[in-house]
Design a protein around this ligand. Structure first.
Ligand code: DIG
Ligand code: MN
Ligand code: MN
Length: 383
C-alpha cells in the first residue's frame, strides 16, 4: 500500500551524508561489495529517493591529496549537481579519523604538528562547507581517544580539545561564517576508549569554551545506544539546554559495535519516543540519517534503505499524532497532571512545617501499564 502518505517532502528536512548512501559496504572483516559511486551520482540518488539535503566530510568530496585544480573541478561539478537536483547542503564536517596521520588522535594527539595539521584541515573543511552554504559544522572526534592511558593524561586531552574548538570558533568569527558547531559523542570504536563518550560529556564541556553560544551537540542514536543509554533522554537534555544543533538518526542494538542501521529498524519503540519528542517540541533542524545499508545490498537496496529511513520517520510522526489525540491516553495524562501542582516554598520553614502522609502518597496506582499498552496499540495500529 503506497498512498503517498509517507512520502518525503522538502519540508521534512531529511538529509543524508555522502558517506552513508555512498558506503561501499566494506567492514573490518570484508572488502567493499559495491562500486564507489561518485558524489554527483550520489546526489542524483538522494534526489531520486526524495531527500532534502546532502552533507559531506571534506574528503567525501575532495580527495585528501587532490591538487587545487582538481578540487575546483570537483567543487564546480558538485555545485551543478546540487543546483540541478535542488538538494541543499545544510551540514559539513571534517574527516579527522581515516588518514594514518590521525592514528594517535587529531586535536588531542601528542604531536603538536599533528594537532596543528588537524586544525588546518578543519578550517579548510569549514571553507569548503561555507562554499555550499552549510550552517552546521559537525565535529566527531573518532580518533580522540586511547588504547592505553599510559599515552597522555586525559585532562590534558580535554585541554587540547578545548584549545582546538576555541580556535575554530575564532576562525568562524573571523570569516563571518556563522557556523553552529555540533559536537558528536561516541564511547568507543575506532579507539578502545574515545574522550567525551556521551552527549552528556559534551554538554558538561561546552560551558568551558570561550564561545559556548556557538557550540552545541549532534547526538547519534547508535552512539547513545552502544553504552545502553536512552537516546531520548540525551536529546531532551540537549534540547532543554538549547544545545540540540543537529541530530544523527539511525538505529542500534545496545551493547554492540556501531551498527548505523536504518532508522527505526532495531528499536522502533525508542525511535517512536524520539520522533514524538522532536515533533512535540517543534525541533526545526535537519533530520539527518547517519546510517548505511546492509552489506548484502546493491544500489537499489541502498535506495530501499534511504527510503526506509524517511518512511519510518514519517510513520512514527503519524503515530505520534495519533498518540497525542488518543482519548484514553489524554485522560490518563490529565489524571497524572492533577497531582503535578506547583508547590514552591518561599522558605525552608514552610517546607519543614508540612506533615507528609507517606502512606497516602504511596498508595495511588499510576496506570503506566495501561498508558504503555495504549502506546503499543498505537504503534501496532490497533488503537
Ligand atoms: C560517525 O557517526 C560520524 C561521522 O560519520 C561524521 O563525522 C559524523 C557526522 O554525522 N558522524
Ligand atoms: Mn555511528
Ligand atoms: Mn554520526
Amino acid at each position: 500500500m503506497n498512498n503517498g502518505m509517507f512520502e518525503p517532502r522538502p519540508e521534512h528536512k531529511f538529509t543524508f551524508g555522502l558517506w552513508t548512501v555512498g558506503n561501499p559496504g566494506r567492514d573490518p572483516f570484508g572488502d567493499a561489495v559495491r562500486d564507489t559511486m561518485p558524489p554527483v551520482d550520489l546526489v542524483k540518488l538522494l534526489a531520486e529517493v526524495g531527500a532534502y539535503g546532502v552533507n559531506f566530510h571534506d574528503n567525501d568530496l575532495v580527495p585528501i591529496d587532490a591538487a587545487a585544480s582538481e578540487r575546483d573541478r570537483i567543487v564546480k561539478e558538485f555545485r551543478v549537481a546540487c543546483d540541478t537536483s535542488g538538494l541543499k547542503v545544510p551540514m559539513a564536517t571534517v574527516n579527522l579519523f581515516y588518514d594514518p596521520v590521525f592514528r594517535d588522535g587529531a586535536f588531542t594527539a601528542n604531536d603538536a604538528n599533528v594537532r596543528a595539521y588537524a586544525l588546518q584541515k578543519t578550517i579548510r573543511a569549514m571553507d569548503l562547507g561555507a562554499e555550499f552554504g552549510a550552517q552546521v559544522f559537525v565535529l566527531w572526534g573518532g580518533r580522540e581517544g586511547v588504547e592505553t592511558d599510559a599515552c597522555r593524561r586525559p585532562d590534558e586531552a580535554i585541554k587540547r580539545f578545548r584549545e582546538a574548538v576555541n580556535y575554530l570558533c575564532e576562525y568562524n568569527i573571523a570569516q563571518n561564517y556563522d557556523y553552529k558547531f555540533a559536537l558528536e559523542a561516541k564511547p568507543n570504536e575506532p579507539r578502545a576508549d574515545i574522550y567525551f563518550p556521551t552527549t552528556a560529556s559534551y554538554l558538561a564541556f561546552i560551558p568551558s569554551l570561550d564561545h559556548a553560544e556557538m557550540v552545541g551537540v549532534n547526538p547519534e542514536v547508535a552512539h547513545e545506544h552502544m553504552p545502553g543509554l536512552n537516546m531520548l533522554h540525551s536529546v531532551a537534555q540537549a534540547w532543554e539546554a538549547g544545545k540540540l544543533f543537529h541530530i544523527d538518526l539511525n538505529d542500534q542494538v545496545p551493547g554492540r559495535y556501531d551498527q548505523d542501521l536504518r532508522f527505526g529498524s532495531a528499536t522502533p519503540k525508542q525511535a517512536f519516543w524520539l520522533v514524538k519528542f522532536l515533533e512535540d517540541v517543534g525541533y526545526e533542524g535537519m533530520r539527518h540519517f547517519d546510517a548505511h545499508a546492509y552489506r548484502t545490498e546493491d544500489y537499489e537496496g541502498v535506495k530501499d534503505f534511504a527510503r526506509g529511513c524517511m518512511r519510518t520517520y514519517l510513520i512514527l510522526k503519524e503515530k505520534a499524532e495519533r498518540w497525542n489525540t488518543n482519548e484514553e491516553i489524554r485522560s490518563i495524562l490529565a489524571e497524572i497532571e492533577t497531582t503535578n501542582i506547583s508547590n514552591r516554598f518561599e522558605n525552608a520553614g514552610d517546607l519543614l512545617a508540612i506533615e507528609f502522609d507517606r502512606k497516602q502518597l504511596s498508595e495511588k496506582g499510576l496506570r503506566y501499564e495501561r498508558l504503555d499498552q495504549l502506546t503499543i496499540d498505537v504503534l501496532f495500529g490497533v488503537d
